[in-house]
Design a protein around this ligand. Structure first.
Ligand SMILES: [Zn+2]
Length: 82
């Protein structure tokens, strides 16, 4: 695992069952608002899982955008003919 960035919240002790999830959340959570590009340092980000998808419910304190940011392993994407 790469070095963790500073976190305003204390991570759980390494032996706790959710310590790895908390560390991965800190590394992978959205850093900037998808709506206005402001830092999400003052926003809210909650993570849950659906199968292998990691879903971050995100709220921006600057523009009040809220929505889900999803990390996924695979996607099927169709492109129209050019
Ligand atoms: Zn925003």
């Amino acid at each position: 695992m790469p070095a963790l960035p500073p976190d305003p919240h204390r991570l759980p002790p390494a032996g706790e069952w959710f310590a790895s999830d908390a560390a991965h959340h800190l590394l992978d959570k959205p850093k900037f608002c998808p709506g206005c590009a402001a830092s999400l340092d003052r926003g809210l980000i909650t993570e849950w899982w659906s199968a292998t998808d990691r879903i971050f419910l995100t709220w921006c304190a600057e523009c009040h955008w809220s929505g889900n940011v999803v990390l996924f392993d695979r996607a099927i994407i169709e492109e129209p003919e050019h």
